[in-house]
Write a protein that binds this ligand. Structure first.
Ligand code: NAD
Length: 526
């Protein structure tokens, strides 16, 4: 049986017509019921008060079908919505502070500035154009945009016209284009989702910003600092919003916001060492841990190779440990010859697809024969020693381990060791913490650890389809960009994030080439 020895974080519940957030000694409940559905219904039907007792970092909200919530650094918010009825609860606080906040009706339309009011369609939606009708677009972004009531999918664009055609048919876009610059010129859109291969990310984003469009940029933002700086400057100069992927493992995910706050509060003491090594998913066959398709996206020189395919690693490190100070690295191409599934297989898949909510090519491609030879033209293996701004240091391997590992045997996840405790990802949990400072932990189980359990299906082929309760970063980042546009606020995973994460990877390349430590020129307030 699982005993909750401590429960210091707050749990949202309904008290009469109010939402209450009790503090220490409050309700003891399993974390999965932290936001109960009746609470949401009450909050939706009757505006009232929210009381927060304790710090934002102790508040833990969980996504549900009815509403969505998140705790960010320095502030927290809880969004409860149904089509046409949206309420937002927000606040901030410090330890021992008491916050009392009104539940208000969120604006149904437009941003707060005159310009954004003029720009938006005027009915509380953001008009979107998507460039790149590839695997990530059809599996994750387009199904979300099709369903999301605040998004209006105006246009899709792909060099390969058959793909744009298929996406128009499947996801209901009104227009389709083969030329991106044509779409930027002609389509009546507020925002562009750049979902093409990395080599296009910088020029496409610059063109979007110049045209005054908000942007979601798929990872990587750029494969060098020149490109990343150009993007950041253009976005700032244009005054548009940009969400820079990957947003997974960032404070957009409430579990990561919680972990960062716990680490900041000292649950690990001083961090002595951390390590992160990427390994292939355990369920893949030996040939499949390198990407099974996507010559332009993952193998071509301007793709950045597997190093820039996996900014998830530096993102996860920074999200938990804060900004990076320097990097010393060895980076190289380990294996030049690969085989991938021919591109035409994806075209075939799309032409036969009829269910827009189940057009995940990953489900299919991993089982198709790889017959097309392809050369790896960029770094596929990098080993970096990072020194973080707060003094922590650790090693990070990014690349592809070409054969599967057995569960629990590989170092395929972030492990952090501190003077007061350890934070380990994996071993059947999303993350676990053991600490001498148990009073800082939201709860401690019988085995002495605080565990965060995994959400949804963790395998690449299925992940991240919208498993109920799972954090789907593609969906959350899309939603986040659209809300930031409508409410005129700065995205959490913005160009500053993109610059810093890009520099951690570009710095590794430079350090490897020069044989010297690379000192970071950017920083982040995480
Ligand atoms: N596949 C994934 O699971 C995944 C996950 C996360 C991020 N990503 C990122 O998303 C991006 C796309 O990845 P993908 O897997 O969808 O690749 P993909 O090759 O399947 O898709 C890219 C699409 O962009 C189109 N395209 C290329 N150049 C174009 C141009 N100049 N104008 C218009 N269209 C153009 C291609 O025809 C293709 O359909 C990459 O940056 C990748 O790193 C992919």
């Amino acid at each position: 049986m699982r005993t909750l020895h401590r429960r210091k974080h707050a749990v949202v519940r309904a008290v009469g017509g109010r939402l209450a957030v009790p503090g220490v000694g409050g309700i003891h409940r399993r974390r999965t019921s932290a936001v109960a559905l009746p609470v949401q219904r009450k909050a939706q039907s009757r505006p009232g008060h929210v009381q927060a007792d304790g710090a934002h970092d102790r508040l833990r909200f969980r996504p549900t079908h009815q509403g969505r919530a998140a705790a960010y650094h320095g502030r927290w918010e809880c969004v409860l919505h149904r089509p046409g009825r949206v309420r937002r609860v927000r606040g901030s606080g410090q330890d021992s502070q008491r916050a009392s906040l009104r539940v208000t009706r969120a604006p149904r339309s437009t941003g707060t500035t005159e310009e954004s009011e003029r720009d938006m369609a005027g009915n509380g939606t953001v008009r979107v154009g998507v460039v790149g009708c590839g695997v990530v677009a059809t599996a994750y972004y387009l199904p979300f945009l099709m369903d999301y009531e605040k998004a209006d999918l105006v246009a899709v664009c792909d060099l390969r016209e058959g793909r744009a055609e298929a996406c128009q048919r499947l996801f209901g876009a009104r227009e389709r284009y083969a030329d991106y610059y044509d779409m930027i010129d002609k389509a009546d859109i507020d925002a562009v989702f750049v979902l093409t291969a990395p080599g296009t990310h910088v020029p496409f984003t610059l063109a979007a910003a110049e045209a005054g469009k908000h942007v979601l940029i798929q990872k990587p933002m750029a494969t060098d600092m020149r490109g990343a700086r150009a993007v950041a400057d253009a976005i700032r100069a244009a005054g548009v919003k940009a969400v820079v992927e990957p947003s997974s493992s960032t404070a957009l995910d409430p579990e990561y916001a919680l972990l960062r706050d716990l680490v900041k509060n000292g649950v690990l003491g001083d961090v002595l060492w951390f390590s992160l090594a990427s390994t292939g998913p355990t369920t893949y066959g030996p040939g499949l841990s390198s990407n099974p398709y996507g010559q332009d996206a993952f193998y071509a020189a301007d793709s950045g190779g597997f190093l820039f395919d996996l900014p998830y690693a530096p993102t996860q490190i920074v999200s938990v440990l804060g900004a990076c100070k320097s990097v010393s690295a060895q980076a190289k191409i380990t294996r030049a010859d690969h085989k991938i599934v021919p591109e035409e297989e994806y075209d075939k898949f799309l032409s036969h697809a009829t269910d827009p909510r189940n057009a995940n090519y990953w489900d299919v491609v991993v089982d198709l024969p790889r017959t097309q030879p392809v050369k790896m033209e960029a770094v596929d293996n990098a080993y970096s020693l990072y020194e973080m701004a707060d003094g922590a240091q650790g090693a990070c391997h990014v690349g592809r381990i070409f054969h599967p590992v057995l569960p629990g045997t590989g170092g395929g996840s972030l492990q952090i060791y501190g003077t007061e405790g350890n934070l380990l990802f994996g071993a059947g949990y999303m993350a676990s913490i053991i600490s001498t400072r148990t009073e800082l932990l939201p709860e401690v189980e019988d085995d002495g650890w605080f565990h965060i359990r995994p959400r949804g299906d963790g395998s690449k082929a299925k992940w991240p389809q919208p498993t109920p309760g799972a954090f789907n970063y593609y969906h959350e980042s899309s939603r986040h960009l659209i809300e930031c546009i409508l409410e005129d606020r700065e995205p959490i995973v913005n160009v500053d994030w993109g610059l810093h994460i890009t520099e951690m990877m570009a710095g590794a390349i430079e350090s490897s080439a020069t044989g010297r430590r690379y000192d970071m020129t950017t920083t982040l307030d995480v």
